[in-house]
Design a protein around this ligand. Structure first.
Ligand SMILES: Cc1ncc(COP(=O)(O)O)c(C=O)c1O
Ligand SMILES: N[C@@H](CCOP(=O)(O)O)C(=O)O
Length: 465
């Protein structure tokens, strides 16, 4: 399998090269040249199999010719041995047709662990084969950073630098990033918001000289391997609920559009998914885009779901590429317009294609708090604010007799203040994080300036030429 850039001006790459590249050299995002497909018979054959077995079957076509099958299987087994639930991603029924897919049983209590644990092992393997080191950078609104630091801490071949918006992540999220004692970990509090952090990361990738000099690599969902690993739980869930002989809908709390794009990929691979529902908080650029056909960046508002306080939704570019029948020139024009005027229009045909497959909705702060409270009262289930956005929006798109699965993307204990204020319950951290708030913090504070960040990374990475 090889991978092509959504902007069509970077060389196509094999899996390991695309993995290490992160962002394509033309500023685009890598996608597989073609979607591997699974027949209904193939999908039926997944019934009764473990998460790890399904991951191996579903993901093997993406790494074929690049990673030996036995090594890939071992990485999958090791990655998911870090999870605290035997099912890895269990499905819980909360109503006659409503289900919650729990994606927070990994070490840092968010869905990011699912992909990050595998990504770290894939990168280690690719770097070992080449005898190289890499500098990993990542931007986070709270969860990617903790998951990446956990997965890469202490790894000999990588130094990791995570940019988080100063004062805009939850205290638990911050400490998951700032209390690592490993020397290869660097948490950087940036004076700005998540979009500033993400822009800095993209600017570092687009600075060819810097990129090459520190052997830059990325762990955000701009990296195809992140999306790839997230495809698996759409398959495990659909199969558990009667797929492929029944169509399932998914509602996904959405920010950077990575998680829901993984659902789209699963659908392209043959999984019978009915609707993919985008759920946003008050930073509702995606819900507005589906309604109006205009993708337009407005200011970011701080909410009780900080991980979704995002306006520049990187992976929407991947969807645009698909909806435009892979017309890289049209994607380039849209992205140029976004850069120049903070907006672009989606042409009619592409918009129709997107609207056919996706639905969207938003939840206000009041609706999030009310959903946490009423879900607890009616079902006994305690949601975190991100998952509550999903549950609120899902309820508006449920159809009788058709299963609707909401992705529960984080554990309530990551956001204790918001959860307590909505429900009266103070959710406890699990045992391995019980002393998190007492651990010593270590981080640096930097302005949202490319020079300052590049200078810091250049001085601290071991991957310099
Ligand atoms: C808890 C949580 N929910 C939802 C999201 C949104 O996911 P995505 O960015 O893949 O759309 C994020 C961060 O991205 C998150 O951390
Ligand atoms: N919500 C994310 C933002 C970054 O998203 P990513 O999936 O592109 O890494 C976070 O928690 O950091």
């Amino acid at each position: 399998m090889d991978y092509v850039s959504t902007r069509g001006e970077a060389p196509s790459l094999g899996f390991s090269d695309a993995l290490l590249a992160g962002l394509a050299r033309d500023g685009g995002l890598y996608v597989p040249r073609e979607w591997p497909t699974f027949s209904k018979k193939d999908i039926r054959a997944l019934r009764g199999k473990s998460y790890q077995d399904i991951a191996f079957t579903v993901l093997s076509p993406f790494v074929k010719g690049d990673i030996p099958a036995d090594k890939f299987r071992a990485m999958i087994d090791e990655a998911y041995a870090t999870f605290r639930h035997p099912a890895i991603a269990p499905v819980v029924q909360t109503g006659p047709n409503s289900f919650v897919l729990e994606l927070f049983h990994g070490t840092t209590l968010a869905f990011k662990d699912v992909a990050m644990q595998l990504l770290a092992r894939l990168m280690d393997h690719a770097l070992a084969v080449r005898g190289e080191r890499a500098t990993i950078v990542g931007a986070t609104s709270g969860d990617t950073g903790g998951a990446a630091i956990d997965a890469f801490a202490g790894r000999e071949r990588t130094d990791i630098f995570i940019l988080f918006p100063e004062g805009k992540v939850s205290p638990v999220q911050q400490r998951q990033m700032t209390t690592s004692t490993e020397k290869n970990v660097h948490a950087l509090a940036i004076k700005g918001n998540f979009d500033d952090c993400q822009n800095l990361v993209k600017a570092m990738f687009n600075d060819g000289k810097f990129r090459d000099s520190v052997k830059l690599s990325g762990v955000n969902s701009i990296n195809w391997a992140r999306i790839m690993a997230q495809i698996v739980y759409y398959f495990t869930t659909a199969v558990a609920l009667g797929g492929p002989d029944r169509k399932i809908s998914f509602t996904v709390p959405t920010g950077n559009f990575g998680d829901i794009f993984a659902g789209y990929a699963a659908k392209r691979m043959g999984l019978p998914i009915d609707k993919l529902v985008i759920a946003t908080n008050e930073n509702d650029i995606l819900a507005r885009t589906l309604k109006t056909g205009r993708y337009e960046i407005k200011g970011v508002k701080a909410t009780t779901s900080p991980s979704m306080d995002i306006q520049i939704s990187s992976n929407f570019e991947r969807l645009l590429f698909e909806a435009l029948d892979r017309d890289a020139g049209a994607v380039r024009r849209a992205m140029e317009s976004l850069k120049q005027s903070n907006a672009f229009e989606i042409e009619d045909k592409a918009l129709k294609t997107i609207r056919k497959k996706f639905r969207a909705g938003r939840a206000t702060e009041k609706e999030v708090a009310r959903t946490i409270k009423t879900t607890l009262a009616e079902t006994g289930y305690l949601l975190d604010p991100h998952s509550a956005i999903g549950v609120f929006v899902a309820a508006k798109h449920e159809k009788p007799g058709s299963p609707m699965v909401t992705l529960a993307t984080a554990h309530p204990a990551k956001f204790p203040a918001a959860v307590k204020s909505a429900s009266g319950i103070d959710p406890a951290l699990p045992s391995w994080l019980a002393d998190l708030m007492q651990r010593e913090e270590r981080f640096d504070v930097l302005g949202a300036e490319l020079d300052a960040v590049e200078d810091f990374i250049g001085k601290h990475t071991r991957a310099r030429d």
